[in-house]
Design a protein around this ligand. Sequence first.
Ligand SMILES: CC(C)(COP(=O)(O)OP(=O)(O)OC[C@H]1O[C@@H](n2cnc3c(N)ncnc32)[C@H](O)[C@@H]1OP(=O)(O)O)[C@@H](O)C(=O)NCCC(=O)NCCS
Length: 172
Amino acid sequence: MTRVRWARDGDAKGVQPLFEASMVSEGLPMNLAAFRRTWRHAFGPKSTFRFVVAVDASRAVVGCCTVHTHYSTYRGQPVVEVEDVYVVEPRRGRGIGAKLLGFCEKYAESIKAARTELHVRQGNRAARLYLRQGYEPVDYEWMQKPLRTLMAASGSGGRAGRGVRHRNKERA
Ligand SMILES: CC(C)(COP(=O)(O)OP(=O)(O)OC[C@H]1O[C@@H](n2cnc3c(N)ncnc32)[C@H](O)[C@@H]1OP(=O)(O)O)[C@@H](O)C(=O)NCCC(=O)NCCS
């Protein structure tokens, strides 16, 4: 039985391999320094996002995602964005992804958010799950501007100076 819950600070070791695998699946260089910063930030006092984990009966982390709270000035309500959805390969296709989304949607309702939203690369099979879950495509261009403060990826697989090029493929 898989249980979905908010991540605790002590889950870092369980989530890190999923983060690494997610980077690889996105074609991004491994960036463990970024993961450490992200984790510290998630549990810091000014955090605007939280990790959610799916844990199995042996308490191993088998899935995760992040929940970011924004605001719709048009609706006058919060908006919850779900990112970094990942389930370990051997456990896919058993509803864990849907469970993670359901958890985030319940949270969004609890804070009276107008909607939940997410980004998915064209051609990613995950879009089938999102459509089934009730997500609808939005006709907007998604644009980004990498800033000079962008830090280059470091750690195994990463090469200094390649950060900006890869950033073009990143989610946010
Ligand atoms: C997307 C993902 C989180 C879904 O988790 P899951 O537990 O398998 O999801 P569920 O069992 O609830 O739903 C199954 C659906 O997941 C998606 N899925 C399954 N395997 C997948 C894979 N290797 N890559 C992308 N999506 C996949 C499909 O939409 C599938 O539905 P389908 O069988 O009709 O095609 C998981 O497959 C995954 O981690 N994929 C790799 C990372 C990724 O692409 N994340 C999404 C980024 S936007």
